[in-house]
Write a protein that binds this ligand. Structure first.
Ligand SMILES: [Zn+2]
Length: 713
């Protein structure tokens, strides 16, 4: 049997243990599961979480952030007549669940209406199970109870806004939440409490501020050794407070040792780079310039210097190469001889776009590209007539941004022909070759397999998708605001991509990853424009600062909820160099709309957490999202072994229903591993360490040399 030695430095899990103490971990590669039993101690616990939900809506509120981590769980919907508790343990020495979450989304009227969902005997069964296997319980949306939690209700249920904040994160330090960072909770059911039994209850979160505070959550430690974390508020996934506070209970419940992975990825994609945009209301054409790009380089450096350790934010530009040719031609008329051949970009009659969900019959539509455009002939001298091209082709500048295709001319692809889309893709690839982006030395910044479809069209056009795939475009972004596009039956989770199929998309095999829009619209360059448009088309109220407040609240929730879908912006949103200073977010300076949105969102995430914020380029974020799907479909599992006194975890074993899983399985540990024995380690900033395990047909086990404490004394 091959063995690897690992050393885990305990840090966040056991604050009483100095950082200099190392835990010895020995990885054991197992050819057969029988070896697990002979190699390890007798008491084992499957780490899968048991989620007890009053109804289906409650189940999704309890599991949404777990899906972001990829932590295995099993839901019991107690509103279904035949439901009941599953078997908690097969034998006295084999537990089936590593944690229990009781979640609800129903308001309380008369005390604990969980009594209608679970009998007292069932609760006792759960408690005995907890005691036997040192398994923790989390109760969300609980009504304050002296007997059960050591607290009393203070003034009954409230929905009016009261800030909520973590006050003591010591027992879930690996969650990396900022103590005392408040969040508002309008229209969220809350049951303010006060602790009456300080032996039983320790406060971990508060409602209110100043001298007017009440208890929002406690940790209970019973004399029997049983432990529970209890929240006196509803958890509902459409709230930032829920996605944020979910990290508190997940890390406490798992003790920071779980099958899964937590990372925040933020990609702000700027479409229409090189083309002109007709602005809202004025109808004027606008195209950003070199100074706007320079100002954003300076600004990105400033943002990165303020983000938590491990962060790396970078803007991604979605290019339309034909916009460069059109600009170059404008500067070429006085040249003799002309530098551009032909002395024109691609132009065609105005398109009738049609509804974006139109399913185009294969082979239909009319070519818009003039037949005279047979191959790409413009020279670099021609392209260089455009200062934007000169700037971005310089090695020193291009690496400050990420780059991806938005097609050559931005032809709408709803009804486009195979011939046109082939050119739209291939000519932009030729343009990328000439500007140097597709050079292998630039692969960290360029996404050769990605596409931002113009107006997110073509996703029901089999000819378009065929042309993408023929040209190695395998990843396209979709639009999360279009249910027809994103809510398809084959997509089992919002954390997964869609794979196109003939019936719905016209062609098999392209990946569509989600993308978020915002109220920073494509046709605005300045705050007034975008604020006017927000009010006119989206019922927005308030000034641009209010609009940023809205964007902050909507999008922080997605980032904290571990959604990795990129965000949509456009080139006009990067206008900054020739603007006047304005006061936004309390700072008087020159702002682009992109800067304002990004600062509103990322600094909110860093106010609440110390999570690093990382940009993955288009192809990499697509691969990360596809890997989530692959992992989930392998049904990975983790079980751990308890010492014979059941007071510490001594070993961990990773497996899956599909042991030949193509994806690596992440195991996150509450400490630093010095030697991962061949498995890939990933540790960024203050985020916990993840060891990526390749199963390769068998289970993988590791032994924690000095154990991970799970019980007091
Ligand atoms: Zn566009």
């Amino acid at each position: 049997m091959k063995r690897w030695k690992l050393h885990l430095r305990t840090g966040t899990l056991r604050s009483n243990v100095g950082s200099g103490i190392y835990m010895t971990i020995v990885w054991v590669g197992l050819a057969a599961s029988t070896a697990v039993r002979t190699a390890q101690a007798a008491v084992t616990v499957n780490s899968t979480l048991l989620v007890l939900a009053r109804n289906a809506a409650a189940a999704s509120d309890g599991t949404g952030v777990l899906q972001g981590y990829g932590i295995p769980y099993q839901v019991v919907d107690l509103s279904v007549a035949s439901s009941g508790l599953p078997q908690l343990n097969a034998t006295p020495d084999a537990g089936n669940f590593g944690g229990i979450v009781a979640v609800s989304s129903q308001g309380y009227t008369n005390g604990d209406d969980w009594n209608t969902a679970l009998s007292d005997k069932q609760w006792q069964d759960l408690y005995r199970y907890q005691e036997a296997f040192a398994v923790r319980l989390v109760r969300l949306n609980a009504w304050p109870s002296e007997k059960e939690y050591g607290v009393q209700s203070v003034g009954g249920a409230v929905t009016a806004d009261q800030p909520i904040a973590i006050t003591n994160a010591k027992e879930f330090a690996s969650a990396n939440l900022v103590e005392k960072a408040q969040m508002s909770t309008p229209n969220l059911s809350k049951y303010p409490a006060k602790i009456t039994n300080t032996t039983l209850a320790t406060e971990i979160a508060q409602f209110g501020s100043g001298t007017s505070t009440t208890t929002a959550a406690v940790i209970n430690k019973f004399p029997s050794g049983r432990e529970q974390q209890v929240w006196f508020t509803t958890f509902t996934l459409d709230r930032t407070s829920t996605t944020l506070l979910s990290h508190a209970w997940i890390h406490w419940l798992t003790r920071g040792l779980y099958l899964g992975f937590r990372r925040v990825y933020l990609n702000t994609q700027v479409d229409d780079v090189f083309v002109m945009t007709e602005l809202y209301q004025t109808g004027k054409s606008y195209r950003f310039g070199v100074n706007d790009l320079k100002d954003h380089v300076t600004w990105m450096a400033e943002v990165n210097s303020k983000l938590p350790a491990g962060s790396s934010y970078m803007i991604e530009l979605g290019h339309n190469g034909n916009g460069n040719i059109e600009e170059a031609v404008e500067h070429d008329y006085d040249n003799e001889p002309a530098l551009c051949d032909p002395q024109e970009g691609i132009e065609y009659e105005d398109q009738i776009d049609g509804p974006p969900e139109y399913i185009k019959p294969i082979g239909t539509g009319k070519d818009l590209w003039n037949k005279k455009f047979r191959s790409y002939t413009w020279s670099t001298r021609c392209s260089n007539l455009d200062p934007l091209y000169v700037y971005l082709s310089a090695t020193a500048n291009r690496g400050n941004y990420l780059h991806v295709s938005h097609t050559f001319t931005h032809e709408d692809e709803t009804n486009a022909t195979l011939a046109d889309v082939r050119k739209e893709i291939a000519w932009n690839q030729e343009w990328f070759k000439r500007i140097g982006f597709s050079d292998p030395s630039f692969s960290n910044n360029f996404s050769p397999n990605g596409l931002i479809p113009p107006g997110i069209t073509g996703l029901h056009n089999g000819d378009a998708i065929r042309a993408w795939l023929e040209n190695n475009i395998t990843y396209a972004v979709g639009d999360n605001s279009r249910p027809v596009l994103m809510d398809v039956a084959s997509r089992k989770s919002p954390f997964h991509p869609i794979i196109t199929n003939v019936k719905e998309n016209g062609y098999d095999g392209a990946y569509i990853i989600g993308r978020y829009g915002s109220s920073i619209y494509y046709n605005c360059d300045l705050p007034k424009c975008v604020n006017d448009e927000w009010k006119a088309i989206a019922g927005g109220t308030g000034d641009f600062n209010a609009q940023l407040e809205y964007e902050r609240s909507v999008n922080t929730k997605y980032l904290l909820g571990l959604r990795w879908d990129p965000y949509m912006f456009h080139q006009a949103n990067m206008r900054v160099s020739d603007t006047s200073a304005v006061t936004l977010l309390g700072k008087n300076k020159k702002w682009s709309l992109l800067m304002a949105w990004t600062e509103a969102v990322v600094y909110e995430v860093t106010r609440l957490t110390t999570f690093p914020i990382i940009t993955l380029k288009h192809d990499s974020v697509a691969r990360a999202i596809i890997a989530r799907k692959t992992r989930d479909e392998c049904s990975p599992s983790l079980s751990y072994t308890l010492a014979t006194d059941r007071k510490s975890i001594t070993g961990v074993s990773v497996s899956a229903a599909n042991k030949s899983c193509a994806a690596e399985i992440p195991v996150t540990l509450p400490g630093d591993v010095v030697d991962a024995g061949g498995s890939r380690k990933e540790k960024v900033g203050g985020d916990p360490l993840t060891v990526w395990v390749k199963l390769a047909g068998g289970e993988k086990a590791f032994v924690l040399g000095s154990g991970l404490k799970v019980a007091e004394n």
